[in-house]
Design a protein around this ligand. Sequence first.
Ligand code: T1G
Length: 698
Amino acid sequence: MSEVVKLAMVKRCAVITIDSPPVNALSAAVRGGVLDSVNAANADGTVEVIVIACAGRTFIAGADITEFGKPPQHPRLSDVIAGIEASAKPVIAAIHGTALGGGLELALGCHFRVAVKDAKLGLPEVKLGLVPGAGGTQRLPRAVGPELAVRMIVSGEPIGAAEALERGLVDEIVDSTTSGAVAFAEKVVAERRPLRLLRTDDSKLVAARADRSLFTAAAASATKKSRGLIAPLACADAVSWALDLPFEEALDKERECFLKLLSDDQSKAQRYAFFAEREAAKLRGVPDGTQPRPVERVAIVGAGTMGSGIAMAFANAGIPVTLIDTGAEQLDRGLGMMRKNWDATAARSGIAADEPAKRMALIDGKVGLEHVADADLVIEAVFETMAVKKQVFTAIDAHAKPGALLATNTSYLDINEIAAVTKRPQDVVGMHFFSPANIMKLCEIVRADQTAPDVLLTATTLARRIRKTAVVVGVCHGFVGNRMLAVRGWQGESLLRSGALPEQVDAVMTRFGLPMGPFAMGDLAGLDIGWRSRQDRGIRWDIADAICESGRLGQKTQKGYYRYEPGSRAPLPDPEVERLIEQTCERLGLRRRAIDDEEILERMIYPMINEGARILEENIAARPSDIDVIWLYGYGWPIHRGGPMFYADQVGLKTIVERLEFFAQRLNDPALRPTPLLARLASEGGSFASMNRAPAVG
Ligand code: T1G
């Protein structure tokens, strides 16, 4: 039928095979090919039954997101599904890999669905700021019941084939996709099974129509974490229409809701974030054909919070780890913390009950750096001072086997300086994890001057293997994320000096969408970390330092920028802090004034954007979208705002330049002046988006 859709006969079964790499997305060509094939099979008197299968690694993974925002092309997906439902002959979807979004919606229009045992089925549209737009909100509740349907659609998380079979989403688990589906199809014909369409089968809606309490509870539970996002609430509403409205009317409302969300800034940001994460995986300066080095065993040096968290991340992916510390006591503490974390996850059914023991069996605890000898990758996660890093790297270099990667988890320090103490600087790379390292998705892969291309490729490939989002950055103080964080930190201090209070700044930033305000976050992490870093560099932040000097180090001392009741982590404004701020400003001769929320937001975010532009000028990041990925996955930047550089384009670079010029003058802070790249883009009416697929700056 077409390049991407083939039609072949197996006995009396018409097998439609979609072959559109990489994920068989429902492009216009695929949609047209499927519909033409279904119609041709129905017109062919020798055909008794139809199977729709996919070549490659997965069943259809959804609509083709690259077509969004372009003029719609016919046939629409809903037309294809209508064509399948109009088929006089049974149509069977043969599912492998991940049947997602429009792919599952197409399968829901079929009379039957079969799947191989490791297949997954889901409607992840909500992660793109959308609702399913081709009947998923109406057919899925009729397949699995409204409670499971609303949980699946609001979370966007798929279910496995076994659960799908149990809940009636799949009719049979088959050993292999196409041949298994053809065998099932022959059974359907031989047994003359009635052709059941979900659109006309409300049997699984009857109970919820009579008593909505279970559905209402499921919807409330699914949407409770959707702070600031509009799609999750829209998804829950759409599923409820299956209980209240006739099928066709509900389909129309779903379509209307889908189109409204499609044009909303939130969905544009979430779709941008989807592609930005994948773009970050495209490495520059790594010759085609470069192969990653094999990594079968990892050694982590330092069994503290970070080292143990990193060890967990590797064990979670089934990779054996040698966890090394120079002290048996610290090693035992680290091993104990890992077991406690895994047990806690198992207790809330996050992993199977036998998983903690299985994962602990992958961890070999050792005292002494000589035990790095059999590792293919050594990651150092020791105390954050250059002296200690150099000492440890000298020892690691002496014991690690030839060809092993030597990685440092440093958050700030100069990796070129660390590499210089080894005999193999080409094998040295940064792998900067974010605490808690077993949870946070981001890993900054720091490319030092002499890092070999295959070392960089090995580190980024491995990061994906342990389900991290890897972004390659260059060497500078704080790389990308922490460098921009430091700029925001100073703006927080500057706002307190100007007249704001911690609670006002935090309220503005949480309303913007951050999970936690910067001052509350500082209290959580411990104020002494930044304080020590400033002291190391001879930098004084008068208010922040006064807070630390008065023994207020954050939650661990029950007081920091806020006070904390014993046993509570809830930040409470503290008049003592206001007094400290006023006293410090008086001593500095600063006159404080009322600051409005708009100024707070601009002064907290625009300097970060300016620093991002500097980072691009210095080639520390390859593209603006890499900076956004770092902030989305490492610092809780709200997904519906796309990232600081995406947000800058939405605000308009001209506005940002004007406001930075204003604040630079008013606050007499030359660091606020727009960097040349930002000023140039603004003057040309340009955008950061224009740089995302362009070659690296400079
Ligand atoms: N459209 C276009 N390209 C896609 C795509 C899609 N739906 N999904 C993946 N790609 C590209 C991706 O950009 C990358 O490209 C390559 O495929 C491999 O992806 C009407 C409207 C399927 C689990 O949200 O979750 O249906 O970088 O690196 O890690 O209601 O891709 O190689 O050039 O992620 O093995 C709903 C999104 C769409 C699924 C595979 N579907 N995709 O993961 O590979 S909206 C989704 C994924 C919709 C309907 C609505 C994952 C995956 P490149 P990858 P992976």
